[in-house]
Every structure is written in structure tokens, then in C-alpha cells.
Design a protein around this ligand. Structure first.
Ligand SMILES: [Zn+2]
Length: 60
């Protein structure tokens, strides 16, 4: 009785709206829509999550 198919629609990633609030790129949404119609986190205001271990420290 197990349903193999997961029927969850692709939800947009959850942005941090506090960071997005004053962003002009995503207009406060925290996400942007790609040409393919996918939602992805706004690069301008949202910290990159997951993926690469990032450079939390910026030293100049
Ligand atoms: Zn933004």
C-alpha cells in the first residue's frame, strides 16, 4: 500500500524575509524566478545555503 510517487509540488526555497526586505533584486520576496520558471533563493540577499562550505569569514 505504499505509494511510490511523491506528489509534492516543488516548493520554492524558504528565504529569510528579513534579509530580503530591502532587497531590490527580489523586491522583498527572497526568491527570484529563473527563466525556467523555477524559484530560487535570491543571490543578492540570501546567504547560500547547503552546497559549499562557505567562506563565512571575509578577510581582506
Ligand atoms: Zn533579494
Amino acid at each position: 500500500m505504499a505509494h511510490g510517487a511523491q506528489r509534492s509540488p516543488l516548493l520554492p526555497p524558504r528565504p529569510d524575509l528579513d534579509l530580503a526586505r530591502e532587497c531590490e533584486v527580489c523586491l522583498g520576496w527572497g526568491t527570484v524566478v529563473t527563466r525556467d520558471g523555477d524559484h530560487e533563493l535570491c543571490h543578492a540577499c540570501q546567504p547560500a545555503s547547503g552546497g559549499d562550505e562557505s567562506l563565512a569569514v571575509t578577510d581582506l
